[in-house]
Ligand binder design. Structure first.
Ligand SMILES: CC(C)(COP(=O)(O)OP(=O)(O)OC[C@H]1O[C@@H](n2cnc3c(N)ncnc32)[C@H](O)[C@@H]1OP(=O)(O)O)[C@@H](O)C(=O)NCCC(=O)NCCS
Length: 260
């Protein structure tokens, strides 16, 4: 039997059209306000568990998140918004940083409306954001980083193909049945610098790549994290090593190298 793919599990078959916003800071204030509201609603539904409708820490926390500097729709360096008809059903946002002398693409946030999850929207959104022309701005290597409490994000990072003319030369941490093999020293010290830059107020567990309480300043955004991840090894790593009540997140790093 073939392994089930994401597209087997998506509930909605409505096509999702992606719109890339190259200069989000130039969007009209009304559109920014509309997006902030839509992002907060999708996020609350995607992370609030079964009773998300009455889960006010999620509803209030996400509204606060998309109204705070750094998280507002106009604050990102590049943004892609997915529409099913007029309805916003996906968004992925990135920032570009320099950390420890390296070019860094930080996938700041990525959320798909629950009924559209598993249809390949995130894969298409990442491909749209990292299009070959846009990637021309980077020289030979780029570090792509993400913080997440969700094992499905970890899985998707293993599945996302490199942009055209780039190859992936490493992904960290490597979650294996036997635990985490030790990452090279260079990666561990880079990861520490990334955690300090992205979450300066949070303790960082450099052995496990875990940022403790990285979402906490917005309250308990996530609850009942029964993310339906198909890979039991990844799922159990997240359950055992990340404290859900503390809103911990795993720091992931993918190393991209230009082919020519
Ligand atoms: C994480 C999330 C954005 C993925 O979006 P999506 O549009 O459903 O993702 P896609 O359908 O493009 O799937 C991409 C890849 O992820 C992996 N994936 C998706 N669903 C999976 C699942 N249930 N189990 C394991 N891997 C899965 C697969 O590798 C998939 O590639 P494939 O289709 O080639 O198998 C979405 O699940 C989500 O919004 N989750 C809740 C919010 C959240 O935690 N966001 C992250 C904030 S940091």
């Amino acid at each position: 039997m073939n392994k089930p793919t994401s597209s087997d599990t998506a509930k909605s078959k409505t096509p999702v059209i992606l719109k890339v916003l190259d200069r989000p800071q130039e969007m009209k204030p009304q559109y920014a306000e509309h997006l902030a509201g839509a992002f907060a609603e999708i996020s609350a539904r995607a992370t609030g568990g079964k009773d998300w409708q009455v889960y006010s820490p999620g509803q209030d926390g996400w509204r606060d998140y998309y109204a705070s500097p750094g998280g507002r729709p106009r604050d990102y360096a590049r943004l892609v918004v997915g529409y099913a008809g007029e309805r916003v059903v996906h968004f992925t946002a990135l920032d570009v940083l320099q950390i420890g002398g390296y070019d860094v693409i930080w996938f700041h946030i990525a959320i798909t409306e629950p009924e559209f999850q598993g249809a390949g929207v995130l894969l298409k959104a990442v491909a749209a954001l990292l299009d070959p022309m846009w990637m021309e701005r980077f020289s030979s290597t780029v570090h792509v980083v993400f913080r997440t409490p969700n094992p499905i994000v970890y899985e998707s990072l293993q599945a996302i193909p490199p942009p055209l003319r780039w190859r992936i030369v490493g992904r960290y941490p490597e979650i294996k049945e036997t635990g985490l093999p030790e990452a090279p020293e260079e990666i561990r010290s880079f990861a520490k610098a990334v955690a300090a830059r992205l979450s300066p107020e949070c303790p960082y567990d450099s052995e496990r790549f875990v940022i403790k309480g990285y979402f906490k300043k917005y309250g308990a955004l996530y609850q009942n994290l029964n993310f339906p991840c198909r890979n039991p090894v990844t799922s159990s790593f997240f359950k055992q090593q990340l404290d859900e009540l503390n809103q911990d997140g795993l720091l992931t790093i993918s190393l991209l190298e230009r082919e020519y």
